[in-house]
Design a protein around this ligand. Sequence first.
Ligand SMILES: *Cc1c(COP(=O)(O)O)cnc(C)c1O
Length: 335
Amino acid sequence: MDIARFPRIRFGHLPTPLEPMENLSRVLGGPRLWIKRDDCTGLSTGGNKTRKLEFLMAEAVAQKADVVITQGATQSNHARQTAAAAVRLGMRCHILLEDRTGSTDPSYTDNGNVLLDHLHGATVERRAGGSDMQAEMQVLATKLAEAGHRPYVIPGGGSNPLGALGYVNAALELVNQSTERGLHIDHLVHATGSAGTQAGLVVGLQALNSPIRLLGVGVRAPRERQEAMVHDLGCRAWDLLGLRGQLSREAVAANCDYVGDGYGVPTPGMVEAVTLLARTEGLLLDPVYSGKGMAGLIDMIRKGRFTKNENVVFLHTGGSVALFGYPGAFGHATH
Ligand SMILES: *Cc1c(COP(=O)(O)O)cnc(C)c1O
């Protein structure tokens, strides 16, 4: 597998640490829980989009872009990290934010990631929930090109085959870490949304012949659709890498039972998970992704899905900046 031939700009603080969660393991009564700290990747507080942007922004540079366009939900971590990456490269950043939750809480609409988008100097425009965001980006790209700019369009979540290479790399990194310390990892669990993270991981793990079982915890789509998205994107990343054979469909597993009322809408399990991690491990999860991912992991542990001696790694994909968009979910009035 030859990832080195793809141009890459080093934004990440890599490798990210792999740390034991002894307190949480004790409180939950096993299995042995670990956390892979991709919340510490750097780039405007870090998160999983850093690894994808290393490849995507390298392509933007190669195409001599002077402005990047991307989209996400109001509290998009991807938008915030893309804005920071653009700053590093002296490019403008134009963000389209979709109102997926309908929340009118000013903390949600203007604090957290939105505050940082503005702080990084990005141009931010809003779109109604349900808009065709890909089409909206194309319209904007055409307009900017007509005005003499060279726009580069990054899909939501940075999830295309090139962006997914960031997580093929992360799989390599994790397998190396487990070998170095003689740790047998049984399961890897993380929040899955636009699918690039899981697609990259599933490709990387299969390409390395790793026995680690991967499970995505969905935050938006139902299981069938989420797994199809991951597998489809994984196949395209597989082809991009020129790997032989084909990506296994069986290796793609998502549990989408923890979405609740919808994307970005708090659930009691998320609130419990965020609070528990804050108070047992001193770790900050987020309300939209890692909080629901951890809620799923906790529930599966309580249902006996893992044995006491198994090693389960939770991939912390970042996002804690969004906590400041959701004070009400944690019992704090905004004003
Ligand atoms: C984007 C994001 C995810 C989901 O990653 P995908 O590649 O979109 O599936 C998970 N956690 C956080 C914090 C994110 O910002």
